[in-house]
Design a protein around this ligand. Structure first.
Ligand code: NAP
Length: 113
């Protein structure tokens, strides 16, 4: 990267993520999608991928096939501005997941508006 001393390369510097479970909010496009691809690429146990638009989630799921085993990816359609819906999603996740290694809160207004 121009002008940066950052040498971190997620392709080679992320460790093996075997057995790890992730919830990624806002992972269907943009930066979040890139994070999702790297998590899957490094062999996570499960990746719960949430976003607002179903078409973006489906497109992400198809593209993620290039990075790993998409049977490990659960899609979650959610409008996080709707607090009741958010509460229902969280309750469902809490009842389904046996562990959670990281919750990545990436959803927000970005370039993919
Ligand atoms: N890109 C930048 O230069 C930049 C700079 C500073 C900060 N950021 C922050 O970094 C994050 C990612 O940026 P980005 O450019 O990659 O964003 P993006 O391409 O617009 O992607 C945003 C993601 O968040 C989801 N999302 C947004 N609002 C949501 C809602 N109400 N409920 C559920 N999901 C929602 C989107 O789902 P849908 O696609 O289905 O709507 C999408 O998956 C954002 O929080 C942004 O504010 C970005």
């Amino acid at each position: 990267m121009l002008g940066s001393s950052n040498k971190f390369d997620p392709n080679t510097d992320v460790p093996d993520l075997s057995g790890r479970v992730y919830v990624l909010i806002g992972g269907s496009i943009g930066i979040g999608y890139g994070v999702a691809a790297h998590i899957l690429q490094h062999n996570c146990e499960k990746l719960c991928l949430a976003g607002k638009k179903e078409e973006h989630l489906i497109e992400a799921y198809k593209s993620l096939r290039s990075y790993g085993d998409v049977s490990r990816v659960d899609l979650i359609q959610c409008e996080f501005e709707d607090l009741q819906h958010t509460h229902e999603v969280v309750q469902k996740l809490a009842s389904q997941l046996q562990r959670l290694d990281a919750l990545i809160l990436n959803a927000g207004l970005g370039v993919g508006l």
